[in-house]
Design a binder for this molecule. Structure first.
Ligand code: PLP
Ligand code: TYF
Length: 394
């Protein structure tokens, strides 16, 4: 029967990872997949994660099933990390999921269950998985203007105008911070304007927050999410612990559904448990237990925060180095946006041909849309990249 299957398109980001591995040049530079790397190119296990794993190993006396929504202590810890008490706990339903991707997938399924005709408004561009999962489960994706290729900032003339065409029963997907793939983010006043549009249209917001702590700081990166959640009657949040805890392969995420009142919360909570059961019964526990152990232990939490802050500041420093070097080489400020962007990524805003040229001639691997993972750089490769960008005529 399986001869009827069709070949599916590969994930371009993951395919690039493979190409990089196969390139024999020792001068190659990997700016592809969104994984944090230190100056030596390693993705270390964070100190607090190691310590939490040791604590878990020493104290865990069973590996019996958790609940369908995971361990409630994990939900509580993550709700506090993301929302910090801005709405009453009894209005929030939550379920542990396999990574942020699992949370995104379950959120889309919940949307489809609630309204078979729902459309999901997505930024242009957005993380390719958003589009592919929406298409796979049969939800219409409606792009809204987001990236301005002239300024390499947010097109804030276009974005609210497009969001105004959403209706009650539609969903507006927003990146909570550190937009993937562009690195361009809304400022506080622009978030306020988006909240106004959401209130006017009655569309339901969904926030994907996968990089809390990678932009301006843990609290700063959640500020827009907190403000929005406090202002709107209902909201979905898909959170990932892959990046900020560096536990990519443990598959640790949380889906939150915030309702107007506790009665609606109960319905949401039951739906999240039902969806987990349909897809995998119990969500993975090890990563969630690491996160809970860290967040509920003062010493581990502060050590984790300190290491995360080092990671964040390191990426910010690389941004500044790259912008400065490009300013020197180009004699212009046209690359200043690199220092304004936040998170792991910046969209260079150049053509696929130039991206290919950078790969073939210079061994520089960035995603085809010209997304660069800033964490893939170090003090030695910043000048190499800057020179290649100028030589390629970007
Ligand atoms: N959402 C966005 C925007 C992402 O960039 C990612 C990737 O890290 C995720 C969600 C989910 O990642 P994961 O499933 O690895 O937690
Ligand atoms: O955008 C990225 O590079 C990360 C990692 O299917 C990732 O979000 C990439 C592709 C994918 C899942 C995660």
């Amino acid at each position: 029967m399986f001869e009827t299957l069709k070949t599916q398109p590969a994930d371009k980001i993951l395919a690039l990872m493979q190409m990089y591995r196969e390139d024999p040049r020792d001068t190659k530079v990997d700016l592809g997949v969104g994984v944090y790397k230190d100056a030596t190119g390693l993705t270390p296990v964070m100190r607090a994660v190691k310590a939490a794993e040791q604590k878990i190993w020493e104290t865990q006396d069973t590996k019996v099933y958790t609940g369908l929504i995971g361990d409630p202590a994990y939900s509580d810890a993550m709700i506090e990390l993301v929302l910090d008490g801005v709405v009453a706990r009894n209005t929030i339903a939550a379920a542990a999921t396999p990574g942020g991707t699992g949370a995104v997938r379950q959120a889309f399924e919940m949307i489809r269950m609630a309204n078979a005709n729902a459309r999901v408004f997505v930024s242009n561009p957005t993380w390719p998985n958003h589009l592919s999962i929406l298409s796979y489960i049969g939800i219409e994706a409606v792009p809204y203007r987001y990236f301005d290729n002239e300024t390499r900032g947010v097109d804030f003339d276009g974005m609210p105008a497009d969001l105004k065409t959403a209706k009650k029963g539609d969903v507006v997907l927003l990146h909570g911070c550190c937009h993937n793939p562009t690195g361009a983010n809304l400022n506080a006043a622009e978030w306020d304007a988006v909240i106004e549009v959401l209130l006017e249209t009655g569309a339901t917001p969904m926030i994907d927050i996968a990089y809390q702590g990678f932009g301006d700081g843990l609290a700063e990166d959640a500020a827009a999410t907190r403000k929005l959640v406090a202002a709107v009657p209902e909201c979905l949040i898909a959170a990932s612990c892959s990046k900020n805890f560096g536990i990519y392969r443990e598959r640790t995420g949380l889906l939150m559904a915030i309702a107007a009142d506790p009665a609606a919360q109960a319905l949401n909570q039951g739906t999240l448990a039902y969806l987990n059961r349909q897809n995998y019964s119990f969500p993975p526990d090890h990563g969630a237990r690491i996160v809970t152990t860290i967040l509920t232990d003062d010493a581990l939490r502060s050590d984790w925060m300190a290491e995360l802050e080092e990671v964040r500041l390191g990426m910010l420093d690389l941004r500044k180095q790259l912008a400065t070097e490009l300013q020197r080489l180009s004699g212009s400020d046209r690359f200043g946006f690199l220092a304004q962007h936040r998170g792991m990524f910046s969209l260079l805003g150049t053509s696929p041909e130039k991206v290919e040229l950078l790969r073939k001639e210079h061994g520089i691997y960035m995603v085809g849309d010209s997304r660069m993972n800033i964490a893939g750089l170090n003090a030695d490769t910043v000048p190499v990249l800057a020179k290649a960008i100028i030589d390629a005529g970007v």
